[in-house]
Design a protein. Structure first.
Length: 111
Protein backbone atom coordinates (compact mmCIF):
# COMPACT_ATOMS: atom_id res chain seq x y z
CA UNK A 1 0.00 0.00 0.00
CA UNK A 2 1.22 3.45 -0.88
CA UNK A 3 0.96 6.47 1.39
CA UNK A 4 -1.32 9.15 -0.03
CA UNK A 5 -0.79 12.88 0.33
CA UNK A 6 -2.87 15.81 -0.87
CA UNK A 7 -0.52 16.31 -3.83
CA UNK A 8 -0.73 12.60 -4.62
CA UNK A 9 -4.51 12.68 -4.52
CA UNK A 10 -4.62 15.41 -7.16
CA UNK A 11 -2.76 13.07 -9.51
CA UNK A 12 -5.29 10.23 -9.17
CA UNK A 13 -8.67 11.86 -8.41
CA UNK A 14 -10.05 15.32 -9.16
CA UNK A 15 -13.17 15.04 -6.98
CA UNK A 16 -15.34 13.71 -9.78
CA UNK A 17 -13.11 11.66 -12.04
CA UNK A 18 -10.67 8.84 -11.41
CA UNK A 19 -7.46 9.94 -13.14
CA UNK A 20 -5.77 6.58 -12.56
CA UNK A 21 -5.96 3.70 -15.00
CA UNK A 22 -7.15 1.40 -12.18
CA UNK A 23 -9.83 1.65 -9.49
CA UNK A 24 -8.62 3.34 -6.29
CA UNK A 25 -8.86 1.98 -2.73
CA UNK A 26 -8.05 4.43 0.09
CA UNK A 27 -8.01 3.49 3.77
CA UNK A 28 -7.99 6.21 6.44
CA UNK A 29 -6.36 4.94 9.61
CA UNK A 30 -4.48 5.64 12.82
CA UNK A 31 -1.74 3.21 13.84
CA UNK A 32 -2.64 3.42 17.52
CA UNK A 33 -6.29 2.40 17.01
CA UNK A 34 -6.92 -1.36 17.43
CA UNK A 35 -9.57 -1.74 14.69
CA UNK A 36 -7.20 -0.02 12.23
CA UNK A 37 -4.37 -2.41 13.12
CA UNK A 38 -6.72 -5.38 12.76
CA UNK A 39 -7.98 -4.18 9.36
CA UNK A 40 -4.41 -3.45 8.30
CA UNK A 41 -3.54 -7.12 8.84
CA UNK A 42 -6.43 -8.19 6.61
CA UNK A 43 -5.38 -5.69 3.94
CA UNK A 44 -1.75 -6.82 4.09
CA UNK A 45 -2.92 -10.37 3.51
CA UNK A 46 -5.14 -9.77 0.47
CA UNK A 47 -3.78 -6.69 -1.32
CA UNK A 48 -1.05 -8.66 -3.15
CA UNK A 49 -3.82 -10.66 -4.84
CA UNK A 50 -5.44 -7.46 -6.18
CA UNK A 51 -2.51 -5.04 -6.59
CA UNK A 52 -2.37 -5.53 -10.36
CA UNK A 53 -6.04 -4.52 -10.68
CA UNK A 54 -6.50 -1.85 -7.98
CA UNK A 55 -4.32 1.02 -6.71
CA UNK A 56 -4.18 0.79 -2.89
CA UNK A 57 -3.44 3.80 -0.68
CA UNK A 58 -3.36 4.44 3.04
CA UNK A 59 -3.80 7.74 4.82
CA UNK A 60 -2.66 8.26 8.39
CA UNK A 61 -5.24 10.77 9.61
CA UNK A 62 -2.81 12.29 12.09
CA UNK A 63 -0.43 13.16 9.23
CA UNK A 64 -3.07 14.12 6.63
CA UNK A 65 -6.08 15.63 8.35
CA UNK A 66 -6.86 17.58 5.17
CA UNK A 67 -7.45 14.36 3.21
CA UNK A 68 -9.66 12.99 5.99
CA UNK A 69 -11.77 16.13 5.69
CA UNK A 70 -12.00 15.86 1.89
CA UNK A 71 -13.49 12.35 2.21
CA UNK A 72 -15.39 13.02 5.46
CA UNK A 73 -13.46 10.27 7.29
CA UNK A 74 -14.69 10.82 10.84
CA UNK A 75 -14.60 7.23 12.11
CA UNK A 76 -11.66 4.89 11.76
CA UNK A 77 -10.96 2.95 9.77
CA UNK A 78 -12.82 4.55 6.86
CA UNK A 79 -12.38 3.16 3.38
CA UNK A 80 -13.15 4.94 0.12
CA UNK A 81 -13.25 3.06 -3.16
CA UNK A 82 -13.33 4.96 -6.44
CA UNK A 83 -14.26 3.11 -9.61
CA UNK A 84 -12.77 3.82 -13.02
CA UNK A 85 -15.97 5.72 -13.78
CA UNK A 86 -15.36 8.01 -10.79
CA UNK A 87 -18.10 6.68 -8.52
CA UNK A 88 -16.94 6.87 -4.90
CA UNK A 89 -18.25 4.37 -2.36
CA UNK A 90 -17.19 4.31 1.27
CA UNK A 91 -17.60 2.04 4.26
CA UNK A 92 -16.73 2.34 7.93
CA UNK A 93 -14.95 -0.05 10.21
CA UNK A 94 -12.74 -3.06 9.89
CA UNK A 95 -14.09 -5.70 7.52
CA UNK A 96 -13.44 -9.45 7.51
CA UNK A 97 -11.47 -10.90 4.63
CA UNK A 98 -14.47 -12.37 2.79
CA UNK A 99 -16.42 -9.10 2.91
CA UNK A 100 -13.42 -7.12 1.75
CA UNK A 101 -12.86 -9.47 -1.20
CA UNK A 102 -16.53 -9.03 -2.12
CA UNK A 103 -16.08 -5.24 -2.16
CA UNK A 104 -12.87 -5.49 -4.18
CA UNK A 105 -14.45 -7.77 -6.79
CA UNK A 106 -17.33 -5.30 -7.10
CA UNK A 107 -14.89 -2.42 -7.51
CA UNK A 108 -13.05 -4.25 -10.28
CA UNK A 109 -16.28 -5.01 -12.14
CA UNK A 110 -17.50 -1.36 -12.17
CA UNK A 111 -16.63 0.56 -15.32
Amino acid sequence: MNKLTTAGLKKIYDGEKNLSDKPIFITFKADWWGPCRMFGQVLDKITPEYSDKIDFYKVDVEESQDLALVFNARSLPTTVMISNGGEAISFLGAQPEDTLKYYLEGLISKK
